[in-house]
Design a protein around this ligand. Structure first.
Ligand code: ASP
Length: 343
């Protein structure tokens, strides 16, 4: 495994191929540990992980907390509604409170893009020595979801050795509300880094053509792309064009809470044009896996019987893989700190 150089995990745009390889290798090791009996690893004993979620979450928060506990960390959960934020305390001061209590890793979700990055910068300026892990910020980035999707696909293509190489030359189709999806953005960085071709499919209002050039210039805030040769990104409008030859299909939730205008004529017409079911999936020309980051609008992005079909639907597998991926991230961040035991 190559040395880990990141003090925080904020965005996959700055991940190198070695970074992806390291996370996948570690996640595969954590995934193969028995899930019954003495399953706790002592790696983060004496460490504290705090989840600060300013937006709702079902999977991500509980998955991070379970991952932290499996590594023997202490876990604290911050809930904005019951906190002093309502008394006017700033986000930075709230975070500092947890740092003062001994938190080593802050897992942060916020509705505004850039909040985890700013928090990491401000805490660094204060010399806080704490790692920030972005658990989703606005439309911008959701690194742990991008990594668990990558891991799920790599395991599907190469169950024995799920490495970035398993994605090389694969065609992955991402369908739906790309505009409002931080998951799609993180997946584009991860999949293209591993040499996959990404085909984006959706209506112009939810998928502007400028996504064709998503990876064309260096990632935001960097002068060079850490990945010298990425797979291509292509925007198409119809599933009939997108699906033939696909190796996997990922569909995205319609993020109504982030839509500022009426971007769809009707839910029915969207569902008819972009909804996945077994018949539509047959356009791929062979059996392919289907992914969705959840939560799913059952019957809109995908038909209920497709969602329940464990032969091709990897949604439960994505959730399962989220835990070892988050264990890997917590381990990598906290291992750089002094006094952490080796796994
Ligand atoms: N759970 C994912 C996120 O937080 C996807 C979604 O909400 O649709 O971005």
């Amino acid at each position: 495994m190559k040395p880990w150089t990141h003090a925080h995990v904020l965005d996959l745009a700055c991940f190198s191929l070695d970074d992806y390889a390291t996370v996948l290798e570690l996640a595969q090791r954590f995934r193969s540990l028995p899930v019954v009996g003495a399953r706790k690893l002592p790696a983060l004993q004496g460490r504290m992980v705090t989840t600060l979620f300013f937006e709702p979450s079902t999977r991500t928060r509980s998955s991070f907390e379970l991952a932290a506990r499996r590594l023997s960390a202490d876990v604290q959960s911050f809930s904005p509604a019951a906190s002093s934020l309502s008394k006017g305390e700033s986000l930075l001061d709230t975070a500092r409170t947890y740092v003062a209590m001994g938190s080593n890793v802050l897992v942060v979700r916020h509705g505004c893009a850039g909040v985890p990055q700013k928090l990491a910068r401000d805490l660094e300026a204060l010399g806080a020595g704490v790692a920030v892990l972005n658990a989703g910020d606005g439309l911008h980035s959701h690194p742990s979801q991008g990594l668990l999707d990558l891991f799920t696909l790599a395991r599907h293509f190469d169950p024995e050795k799920p490495s970035p190489a398993a994605l090389q030359g694969r065609r992955i189709v991402i369908v739906g509300d790309v505009l409002h999806s931080r998951v799609a953005r993180s997946n584009i960085w991860a999949l293209t880094a591993c040499g996959a071709e990404v085909v984006l499919c959706g209506p112009p209002t939810l998928l502007p053509s400028l996504f064709n050039a998503f990876t064309a210039s260096p990632p935001p805030g960097q002068s060079v792309d850490p990945v010298p040769r990425r797979g291509a990104v292509r925007v198409v409008r119809d599933l009939a064009e997108a699906l033939p030859g696909a190796d996997a299909v990922m569909t995205l939730r319609l993020q109504k809470e982030r839509m500022r205008q009426n971007l769809l004529t009707s839910l029915d017409s969207y569902q008819r044009r972009y909804g996945l079911n077994h018949q539509v999936l047959a356009l791929c020309g062979r059996p392919v896996p289907v992914l969705h980051p959840g939560p799913v609008n059952r019957g809109v992005e995908m038909a209920g019987d497709l969602l329940d079909d464990g032969r091709c639907c990897l949604v439960d597998e994505q959730v399962r893989n989220g835990v070892p991926i988050r264990m890997a991230l917590l381990y990598l961040l906290a291992a750089a700190m002094p006094d952490v035991k080796e796994v």
